[in-house]
Design a protein around this ligand. Structure first.
Ligand code: TYD
Length: 218
């Protein structure tokens, strides 16, 4: 089973992923948790290039770097894990590319789809949890988390975070459009709700969607 988490930076994905891993572990479900970009030696190196705030990267270069990192992770880790019946939890997958590089940076969506198909080897998540938060609140959270004043040129921000509020508005809009086109795969949850309540909802949805798993049912 492949479960992915999506949302704009600051929506609380990591908190929910940690809680979900804890629940799966208590149930004895073998789980691997990974984040994109990253997860293999080469992919972690690519992550550093992508997030390094001192470097300029063009939108096309950015797309190809995220895709190269994904191709490594998919082939080296995700496919073997799924083949050995493990549950894989991914902090971001190709929906991030559609939202950030497609809608955020404005790259051609058909070209993006082809590259996504190649870099994922055609793998599609069983379920994608979208933690919905308006860009203004998400960014306020992000700045508060780092204890820095709101300024998009801050040295504390990575290259993506420096892209500004207008960019994040487009990304959020991109997610909305992606969800509309993939309604069956997505679960949308209000990221402003209490984290424990969100976790309960995620558990409930997984129980409903995967009733075949005896371990999850209990
Ligand atoms: P990260 O620190 O992992 O952010 P977060 O905690 O918000 O997940 O940094 C990943 C950044 O890369 C984040 O700003 C989203 C962006 N991103 C893309 O633009 N395209 C992609 O395909 C992926 C996977 C991430």
């Amino acid at each position: 089973m492949l479960i992915t988490f999506e949302g704009i930076d600051g929506a609380g994905k990591s908190t929910q992923i940690t809680k979900l891993i804890g629940w799966f572990e208590r149930k004895g479900i073998e789980t691997i948790s990974l984040r994109e970009p990253g997860g293999t030696d080469a992919a972690e190196k690519i992550r550093r290039i992508l997030l390094d705030s001192s470097g300029e990267i063009t939108p096309l270069g950015e797309l190809l770097l995220f895709s190269a990192s994904r191709a490594e992770l998919v082939q080296q880790v995700i496919i073997p894990a799924l083949e050995s019946e493990k549950t894989v939890i991914l902090d971001r997958f190709y929906d991030s590319t559609t939202a950030y590089q497609g809608y955020g940076r404005g790259l051609d969506l058909d070209m993006l789809r082809s590259i996504i198909q190649i870099s994922t080897c055609g793998i599609v998540p069983d379920i994608t949890v979208f933690l919905d938060l308006d860009p203004e609140t998400a960014l306020k959270r992000k700045f508060a988390e780092k204890s820095i004043p709101i300024a998009f040129d801050s040295d504390e921000l990575d290259r993506m975070e420096r892209s500004g509020l207008e960019f994040y508005r487009k990304v959020h809009q991109g997610y909305r459009e992606t969800i509309r086109q993939n309604a069956n795969r997505f679960v949308i949850l209000d990221a402003k709700e209490n984290a424990d309540i969100i976790h309960l909802k995620i558990k409930e949805i997984i129980r409903q969607r995967f009733p075949f798993s005896a371990a999850i049912k209990q």
